[in-house]
Every structure is written in C-alpha cells, then in structure tokens.
Design a protein around this ligand. Structure first.
Ligand code: C2E
Ligand code: CA
Ligand code: CA
Length: 750
C-alpha cells in the first residue's frame, strides 16, 4: 500500500513538472506571439516613419526646385549666363551638389557649389528627365557621380512658360542624405531599413545591412520560397504593403515593406527574429532548465527511493526468512503473532516448542548438509499440517516453535503424533531410513490467566519441552503448575546459589565404597553434595546439579567440594588415620576450564595429599564427546597421583570400544544394572562380561546403586572389586563417615 502511495506521489510530482513545463511553454509562446505582433506593428510604424522622413526630404527638395522653376518660367530665364547667378544663390542656401537647367532636347548646363560649370551634359535618356519633361516631379535612382567619387540622386521638376514645359530644372543630391534616414536603427538596434525598386533592385542600402557589399537585389537578402518572392514582387507592382519572414545564414528575419509613393519605390524594414523573441527564448530556456532540473530531481529521488526500498526489502528478506527452511524467521514469527492479536481473542490457542531428539548425533553421523535437509523436511512437514491462520518458525538449531488453535487438547496431541510418526520414518537422501524422534512442549494460553508476553508464552512451551527431557520417556508435555513450580524453584535457586556457596550451605556427604573381595571393608567414599539451606531444608543434587550444569555454576561447586574434601583428608591423615580413597565428581564443563589441570594438581599439593588418595569421577558423556582431550587429561592426572574413574558406565551410549583406548583405572557400572528385579540371567551375563573384560584391561570395577545382599554375592563371585550402595550405607555427613570408618574397621556384616 505504502509503495503504491509513494509511486503515485512521484507520478503526481513528475506530472506537475510536465504541466509546469507545458503551461510555461504555452505562456511563453503566446507572449511571444503577442510580442511578435506588437513588434511587427512597431516595425510597421517605424517603416512608415522612415517613409515620411524620406518623403519629407525629397518633397522639401522638390519644393525648393519648384519655387525656382516658377521664377525661371515667369522670367523666361533659360540661358546659362542668366541662370548661373540665380542657381549659385539658391545652391548656397541648400545642400545640393549642383543644379542646372535641361532643355527639351535633354541637354543641360550644370553649376556646382564652387561655381564650376558643366556644360552640354546629355540627360535625354534619363528617366527622371523624361518624366519631369512630362510634368512630374522626379528623383532618379542612385548612381555614381561622373565628377566626384560619391553616389548621387538627381531631382527634377518641370519649368513652365505659358503652361508649356520649356525644360527641366534639376538638382543633384548626395545619396548619403537618403541613406542617413534609412540608417537610423530600429527596435533595440537590431533592425534597419532600405529603399528598393518595385523590380526588387536596391536603391539605398542601409549601412547596417548584413553582408552589405553583396546586396543588390531583394533576392540577395536571404532565402524565401519562390512563391513568397513572386508574391513580394506582385505586392511591389500593385503598391501593397506586407510582412514577410525569411532565413539568412540560418538566422530568421522579419521584414515589412511599404510603398514610399515616389517613383515605384518601397521602403523595406528588416529586423532579426532574435531581437523580437530574444527575451522570450531566454525565458523559455530558463523554464526549460528549471523544469528539467525538477524532472531530473524527481526521477533521481524516485530511483534513490526505489533503491533504498529494494535494499530494505533485501535486508528484511534476510531478517525475515530462515535460510535453512525458507519459512519465517523467529523475528518474523514474533511480528506475525503481534498482528494476529485481535483474531485470537475468542479461540483456544497454544504455543508449542519442539525439537528433534538427539539431532546432534544425526549431524555427527551424516554431516551438517544432511542435518539441514532434515530441518527443511521437518519444516515442510509442519507446514503441511498447519492451517493458514496458524504460524510456525525455526527458532535456532533444531528448535521449532509455533502457534496452533484447538478445541480439545487431544487434537494437539494427535497432531504432534502425526508429525512424530512421519519423522520416525525419515529417509535420508541416500535412501537410508533413520528413526528420528520429536519432543514437544505445549503452552495452552487459555489455561492460565497470566498476562504475559507472547515471548514468555513461547518460553513456557520451551520449559515444558525441557521438562520432558528430565522426565524421560514421554515425548510431549503441557506446561503445568508442576513445571511452573519447578521453574520457580530453579529461578529461586539460581538467585541464591552464589550466596549459598559463601554461606557454606553446600555440605559434603560421603557414601562409603566397600571392598567386597576383602571382608566388606570400607575402601573409601564418593563425595556427594547436599544443599542444606539456611532454613534447614536439605536439597538433593538431582534438583540443582542439572541447573548448575546449564548455568555453569557447577564448576565453582565442584572445585569447592574438591577443596573441602582435601582439607578434611589432610586433617584426617594428620590425626594419624590410614590413607583411604576419596572420589569427587567432575562435571563436563570443568574440563573446559583453561586451569583445569592446574587447579586439581595445585590443590592436591597444597594439602600434601599422597598419591592414590584422590579419585576423580568423569561421566561417560565427557569421554565420548572429547575423547582425545580427555585422554591427555587422564594421563596428566595419573602422572600426578590421581585415580581416574569412568562414572555411570552403561547408562548412555558408551561403547565397549572406547574402553580399550582409555588409560582409565576404575570403571563404575551404572545403577541401572542393579535396579530391583532387573537382575535377569541375561543381565548377569552382561555384568559378568563387563567385569571380566575390565579386569583384563587392568581396571578395577565399582558397582553403584546396589541395594540387595544377593547382588553383592553375585558381584563378589564375578570378581567385582567394590560395591557402593544402600546395601551398605547411604551418603552421610563427614563426621558420620569418620565414625563409620571406626565402627566398620572390620568390615560390614551382611
Ligand atoms: P552419581 O555420581 O552417580 O552418584 C551416585 C548417586 O547414586 C548418588 O545420588 C547416590 O546417593 C545414589 N546412590 C548410591 N547408592 C544407591 C542405591 O543403592 N540406591 C539408590 N537409589 N541410589 C543410590 P546423589 O547423591 O543424589 O547424586 C546424584 C548425582 O548428582 C550424582 O550421581 C552425581 O552425578 C551428581 N553429583 C552429586 N554431587 C556432585 C558434585 O559435587 N559435583 C558434581 N558434578 N555432581 C555431583
Ligand atoms: Ca559419581
Ligand atoms: Ca554414578
């Protein structure tokens, strides 16, 4: 929607620019037309003015001549000797170059300003003479003066005697006089005028005329179509005035011509179009530049915006799409639930949180690409069983979350079982069937009245899912009050753990380890932690060790317990008691501390504890996942007088194969082997063989969680060295353990 709006506003902006340009052009064009008209009108006016000036000049000269001619006629003065003084006097009062009288044969005597005479000049063929003889006032075309270098015009008027023409009075004028009139500039200095004959020949050229030396005829001034030219000539012939436009040297010109009413002469006034339109072309240019700038700016802004949007979309794509599954990312999912808010008001809905059990092993086995395929397959599977109105996404690793509507909770379970069923029969790209299991936690929003954020709801689903892991067999769990309590407790413990360590609330308990091959004597004990809170309640490690393993606090606790037992052992030895074996648990995280070896070795040295007295128990998951690292540690620890044992053997995925490479000294069989009623014949075979094999590998064996006398007998028979179990004693405080060492110095009686 936003996108459309933006494009639309850019379109509008561009359109406004175009309209501005269009109206600007129309405005300028109409102004230009109007101005052209005005300018042409004023060109007419100017031409007319010049015509009047020329007429005035010529008529003035004629009048002078006419006055003289009347005198001459009345007085019958035609002889040169009589004429000379009269003409000299008149000439002095005028600007004529010369004057004279021409008889009817066309022979004239002339006299100039300086008194020089030019006798017997033949004018019989001159039209100005012939026309004057016919009774007209005439002026000749411009011609070269035969006596000086300049150009001249002859003026002629008839001389009458008794109403009969007896000759022609003529005067010679410099052409400059007319030229000065046409040279006057027109319209801001850009225009000029000329005098032409009706056949198109120039009579007077303006000195401002372009290409002035090459202009003799109308045709020379520029190019016009033949029609135009013919029209002008016909106008000239009929005495019509008009306007024309033509081109010279690529430049446009306007011209007007009007008849002067002397001979067949015309005044032709010319002005370049640029003089008329100059300003408007300039204005038009400015409008064009401004509009173009606007359009370019708009287009540029539009493109920039588009690019920004594309970048943003790309980033959004990156942020909103999970690269592995191609479905929503967690961010997008959260955003989508927010927008669903209203819709969910009156339906039952639940958040679920699901992961693939032991997915890590699949990855280890088939590689990460195959792992990614599983995730994609699972996402497609969820998508197939998800309504349009429901949502889901991958959160991270193999964790998925989603929102689902339901009427009855059994629907949710059914839906999950369908997914699980499909995953149970997953087929890899190599066509291998692999059994994958899911585990899901579900938070039914309507069951709780809590006002919490969607994120917290997802967290609760996640907690429910985590709770299954601890519980064991089920693969789904609904978030419940128990889980809630558990979580509250964990939160409480987490908030108190540091203080508790300082307050020495973590107590050392020891469970005796009994040597069943040598009179059931106590060989040593395993150090087990108990949290005795300030209120006096006792918390067993099963409640807090998993939490501390999650938050890393277990590292501090392990070290605290180890130092505690070292201190006690020192005192115990100082009291003159014999050496016993004391085992402490080392959590997986402890191994990854840079100072892991240093800490344990330094502590042993600090309390001067003899070799072989301290034992460290490692669970088999440590060994399996970090075999090489673990081996170097074991070697280093044993070199420093520690005994290393492998705890919980047989509880997980330990393979007998690992044992052959492990330089470990003690193997602790997991309690699972000794659960009540589990001692079938088959199980006994397994236990016997493990023990036999351990013996052959020079390992001592400890059986844990043994509760029955019969089991002890069986274990003694198959060669097990030590039994640690309720059958002899439960974990107990140190003082009690010390007493037990005294009481049972001769061994337990069963
Ligand atoms: P674990 O290391 O396997 O310790 C043996 C557990 O089995 C102890 O449970 C012990 O009380 C119990 N047990 C021994 N004999 C019997 C029996 O006959 N029947 C039954 N039902 N149980 C028996 P506990 O003390 O509750 O400790 C549980 C686990 O907590 C330990 O298992 C160990 O993994 C962990 N843990 C205890 N203390 C520490 C510690 O200081 N550091 C670390 N990292 N883990 C500890
Ligand atoms: Ca242990
Ligand atoms: Ca154990």
């Amino acid at each position: 929607m936003k996108e459309k709006k933006r494009s639309f506003s850019y379109l509008i902006m561009t359109m406004i620019c175009f309209l501005f340009l269009l109206f600007g052009c129309i405005f300028v064009y109409s102004m230009m037309r109007q101005n052209e008209k005005d300018d042409l009108n004023s060109l007419y006016d100017l031409a007319a003015q010049e015509k009047m000036m020329i007429l005035k000049q010529i008529r003035g000269d004629w009048e002078t001549l006419s006055g003289v001619s009347i005198c001459l006629g009345d007085l019958n003065i035609t002889e040169t000797d009589q004429l000379t003084p009269i003409l000299t006097t008149i000439n002095n009062a005028n600007t004529f170059i010369r004057m004279g009288f021409i008889n009817t044969e066309g022979i004239g005597d002339l006299i100039d300003i300086n008194g020089n005479t030019f006798e017997q000049v033949d004018f019989s063929n001159e039209s100005f003479f012939q026309d004057a003889l016919a009774g007209k006032y005439t002026v000749s075309e411009t011609q070269e003066d035969p006596y000086t270098n300049g150009y001249i015009n002859y003026y002629g008027v008839p001389v009458y005697q008794s109403k009969k023409v007896i000759g022609v009075l003529c005067a010679v004028n410099n052409s400059k006089i007319l030229r000065t009139i046409v040279d006057a500039t027109l319209i801001q200095g850009g225009g000029f005028s000329n005098i032409l004959k009706s056949n198109g020949d120039y009579i007077i050229r303006s000195s401002q005329h372009y290409d002035v030396d090459n202009i003799y005829k109308l045709k020379d001034i520029g190019s016009f179509s033949n029609d135009t030219y013919e029209n002008i000539l016909s106008d000239f012939a009929s005495g019509t005035e008009n306007t024309i436009s033509y081109i010279h040297n690529g430049k446009n010109y306007w011209a007007v011509y009007i008849p002067i009413e002397i001979n067949d002469w015309y005044i032709l006034s010319i002005v370049p179009e640029s003089v008329i339109n100059g300003n408007y072309i300039y204005t038009m240019g400015v409008i064009l530049i401004i509009s173009s700038a606007f359009i370019i700016f708009t287009v540029f802004a539009y493109r920039m915006n588009k690019m920004n949007r594309k970048n943003k979309e790309h980033l959004e794509q990156l942020a909103y799409v999970d690269p592995i599954t191609g479905y929503s990312s967690f961010d997008k999912f959260l955003q989508d639930i927010d927008s669903l808010n209203d819709y969910m008001q009156d339906s039952n809905y639940a958040f679920w949180y699901c992961d693939i059990k032991r997915f890590k092993y699949f990855n280890d086995l088939f590689g990460y690409d195959a792992g990614d395929e599983v995730l994609k397959y699972f996402a497609d599977l969820i998508s197939r069983f998800t309504l349009k109105s429901e949502l889901f996404c991958r959160v991270n690793a193999d964790n998925f979350t989603g929102l689902k509507y339901y009427k009855d909770k059994s629907e949710l379970v059914g839906w999950f079982q369908t997914l699980n069923e499909q995953m149970n029969h997953y087929v890899t790209s190599e066509n291998q069937e692999y059994h994958l299991d899911l585990s899901i936690g579900i938070y039914c929003v309507n069951d709780f009245k809590d006002t919490i954020t969607f994120n917290d709801m997802i967290n609760r689903a996640n907690m429910a899912q985590k709770a299954i892991k601890q519980a064991g067999n089920d693969n789904y769990a609904f978030y419940s009050q128990d889980i809630r309590k558990q979580i509250l407790m964990e939160t409480e413990m987490e908030s108190r753990m540091h203080q508790a360590l300082e307050n020495e609330e973590f107590k050392i308990f020891v469970q005796p380890k009994v040597d069943i091959q040598h009179g059931n004597r106590i060989a040593g004990g395993e150090v087990l932690v108990r949290w005795v809170s300030s209120q006096g309640s006792l918390i067993v490690p099963g409640k807090f060790i998993p939490l501390f393993e999650k938050n890393g606090f277990v590292i501090h606790l392990d070290r605290y317990m180890f130092e505690g037992i070292c201190k006690w052992a020192r005192q115990y030895l100082d009291e003159g008691n014999p050496k016993i074996k004391l085992a402490t648990n080392v959590s997986r995280l402890g191994l990854f501390q840079d100072d892991f070896l240093d800490f344990y070795i330094n502590m042993k040295n600090k309390y001067h504890l003899p070799d072989g007295m301290l034992e460290l128990e490692f669970t088999e998951s440590v060994v399996l996942n970090n075999n090489e690292l673990f081996q170097t540690f074991v070697v280093a620890l044993q070199d420093n007088g520690f005994v290393c044992s492998l705890d919980d053997f047989g509880s997980g995925y330990s393979s007998l194969n690992v044992l052959k490479e492990l330089p470990i000294q003690v193997l602790k069989l997991d309690m699972l082997f000794f659960r009540k009623g589990a001692n079938t014949e088959r199980e006994q075979i397994v236990i016997r063989n493990i023990i036999t094999m351990a013996k052959q590998l020079k390992m001592r064996t400890v059986s844990e969680g043994v509760e029955m006398k019969e089991q002890v007998d069986f274990l003694r028979k198959v060669g097990c060295d030590i039994v640690q179990g309720y059958v002899f004693a439960k974990p107990m405080p140190l003082t009690q353990f010390k007493q037990l060492l005294i009481d049972k110095a001769d061994g337990f009686q069963l």
